[in-house]
Design a protein around this ligand. Structure first.
Ligand code: ADP
Ligand code: MG
Length: 397
């Protein structure tokens, strides 16, 4: 996929509609994590260096429709001001006034629209709303990778109202697509490590790598659906409804494939009720009847590490256990460290998923990981082989 990029457009001194992903976590109106804003800066700076003005748009949270102050982009405006930008938050209520303000922007100025989800029709991909966005600027750039899997008006319908040689993807999208393409077109051997709570969230992802990956290593709560489907006792380990059937389907597909599946061979379990011990290691693959498996055991860590050491390319999505609890974080942290070591030996690794990224940060190895994919649902869908509706019209002809 060859995307049109900002440098492919004749946009010097133009006004640009720039869709970003400023969907930051907020607590009492205070931004808790700035990484999404940081990630948008290269494209914003590129445009300003070209003498452009910017109509900046983003969603934030899930407001119903219409103005709701907890979802206002006011904290984003404040942060951008602190960073030295000449930015002004638009009032939401009058579209004509918004239009007039956009037309008066001088080079270097930014008009930050209010949360696009306040606009009725944004999440329904409304055509007239897309047309309104396009009336604000002659050029369109989308750098909201976290939103490209959604057919929403600021991501999809707006594009119909710009000339195609006036539209492009931004640098964050370029970076994500490049990183994820290294997994979709990997140097072999490719090892995929899947974990986390539900198979259901990741079934298309897992299926996509059957016959593509040389090895699939499974951990986390989802491993217990696979083990149960294979007739192993799993005690009181967490199993979500429908996950047994999903595990059986995947096991069936794997049987006639070139991909080797690895499941945990031992576990760290929570103690039975009333017991004094903090946690126990199982003797083998079976989980005792009154115990719950909450992490992979030492034998599993050793065997998974051995597989990771053979990898040229690695995809990791989903922790190996209840890693938020230090007693059960050993497996997840060990896998994070092993992946980082393998990157230092020349392998390429992409890690995706909010909890997996948190685990990488907890292990302190973020700098060694080749690609930390922050796209959430968009990353998973792209890796599952799905077309991302927001990117379809940004591909070079
Ligand atoms: P990601 O956000 O990386 O995609 P998920 O959201 O799928 O990952 O899963 C992460 C969650 O799964 C974490 O909250 C973790 O504690 C939980 N989890 C993983 N393994 C287990 C387990 N064996 N038992 C209970 N919870 C688990
Ligand atoms: Mg998660």
């Amino acid at each position: 996929m060859d995307l049109r990029l900002p440098q492919d457009l004749a946009l010097a001194h133009q006004r640009i509609f720039l869709r970003c992903d400023f969907n930051v976590p907020l607590k009492d109106g205070v931004i808790q994590d700035f990484s999404r804003i940081d990630a948008a800066i290269p494209t914003i700076d590129f445009l300003l260096h070209q003498g452009c003005s910017i109509v900046l748009a983003s969603h934030l949270g899930r407001p119903k429709s219409g103005f709701e102050s907890p979802f206002s982009l006011d904290p984003i405006e404040k942060d951008l001001k602190k960073r030295g930008y000449d930015v002004h938050l638009d009032a939401f209520h009058d579209r004509d006034a918004t239009h007039a303000r956009s037309q008066k922007l001088n080079p270097g100025q930014i008009l930050l629209l209010e949360n696009v989800r306040f606009y009725p029709g944004e999440t329904k991909n409304d055509e007239s709303l897309g047309q309104f966005y396009a009336s604000l600027a002659p050029f369109y750039i989308n750098d909201a990778f976290g939103a490209v899997h959604r057919a929403h008006a600021s991501v999809v319908s707006a594009l119909r109202y710009f000339k195609s040689d006036h539209t492009a993807a931004g640098f964050l999208i370029e970076k994500e697509i490049k990183g994820l393409n290294r997994i979709l077109h990997p140097r072999k051997p490719l090892i995929c490590i899947f974990g986390g709570s539900k198979i259901g969230d990741k079934i298309s992802l897992i299926k996509h790598f059957i016959n593509q990956a040389d090895h699939i290593l499974i951990g986390g709560a989802m491993a217990y659906a696979f083990l149960k489907a294979k007739g192993v006792s799993i005690g009181s380990s967490l199993i979500h409804e429908g996950s047994m059937e999903q595990a059986e389907e995947i096991l069936g597909l794997l049987e006639s494939s070139s991909t080797h599946l690895h499941l945990p061979i031992d576990h760290i379990t929570s103690p039975p009720k009333g017991s004094e011990v903090l946690a126990s290691i199982t003797e083998d693959v079976e989980v005792p009847a009154d115990s719950k498996a909450l992490d992979i055991g030492p034998e599993t860590i050793a065997s998974y590490s051995e597989e990771i050491q053979k990898a040229a390319t690695i995809l990791w999505n989903g922790p190996m256990g209840w890693f938020e609890e230090p007693t059960y974080s050993t497996g997840t942290l060990a896998i994070a460290e092993q992946i980082a070591l393998q990157c230092e030996s020349g392998a390429y690794a992409a890690v995706g998923g909010g909890d997996s990224l948190a685990a990488i940060n907890l292990a302190g190895v973020a700098n060694q990981i080749s690609h930390m994919s922050t796209g959430g649902g968009a990353s998973l869908e792209y890796l599952s082989g799905m077309k991302l509706p927001g990117l379809v019209n940004l591909i070079k002809c």
